[in-house]
Ligand binder design. Structure first.
Ligand code: AMP
Length: 215
């Protein structure tokens, strides 16, 4: 399985990607996670990326493309991968096609997770993530037992800097303008599948597996 996950911020791509990893043992490549790790470690790349991320803007393509190419060349991607949050615009999608052609590992699918806009806002403002294992919670829909502690590993939960209301609005606008056109891009290449990302996590996951044609 070599897939791209598409969907607005808050559509639940990361949650579904984690379930696919658990079930199929293939890596999730989340450019957002890689960038946040660089920000946390204070690398030069992280310092550059942070100024864009804090505003809800996309980090320049030249930064992101290098990260993805390096990651796709790692051995664990030979058995498949899930690209989560990448590509984010047409230039990235075209560059990805070129990288994958060189590596002889073209995409087997692009899955769009569609969620109505009104739901996205609540999902994003309520989102909390575990520093330890990356498990996600939502204070409105799926809270942890203790507000600031992960049920799974006991790690501390945090509210992402870019999950604040103003930044969220900008991220949703950037999605509409730059990322949503990729739905057509992959429709034209004949690999697009879509699911409605509403319902319980397990219900959505079973729709995801059906759409991808896996059990
Ligand atoms: P995410 O966790 O995927 O919502 O990404 C958080 C932020 O990281 C985005 O708002 C962007 O600023 C940046 N980012 C993540 N992936 C990309 C990408 N493929 N291209 C450009 N910027 C990205």
């Amino acid at each position: 399985m070599r897939i791209v996950l598409l969907g607005a911020p808050g559509a639940g791509k990361g949650t579904q990607a984690k379930k696919l990893i658990d079930k199929y043992g293939i890596p999730q490549i989340s450019t957002g996670d890689i960038l946040r790790q660089n920000v946390a470690e204070g690398t030069p790349l992280g310092k550059e990326a942070k100024s864009y991320m804090d505003k809800g803007e996309l980090v320049p393509d030249r930064v992101v493309l290098g990260l993805v190419e390096d990651r796709l060349k790692k051995d664990d991607c030979k058995k498949g991968y899930i690209l989560d949050g990448f590509p984010r615009n047409t230039a990235q999608a075209e560059a990805l096609d070129k990288i994958l052609a060189l590596l002889s590992m073209s995409l087997t699918g692009a899955l769009s997770v569609d969620v109505p806009k009104d739901d996205l806002m609540k999902r994003l403002t309520g989102r909390r993530t575990c520093k330890g294992c990356g498990q996600m919670y939502n204070v409105y829909f799926s809270p942890s037992k203790n507000e600031s502690v992960c049920d799974k590993c006991g790690g501390a939960l945090f509210h992402r800097d870019d999950d604040k209301e103003e930044t969220i609005k900008r991220r949703l606008d950037v999605y509409d303008a730059q990322t949503a056109p990729l739905i057509d891009y992959y429709k034209k290449s004949g690999i697009l599948k879509s699911v409605t990302g509403v319902g319980s996590i397990d219900e959505i996951f079973s729709k995801v597996c059906n759409a991808l044609g896996v059990k």
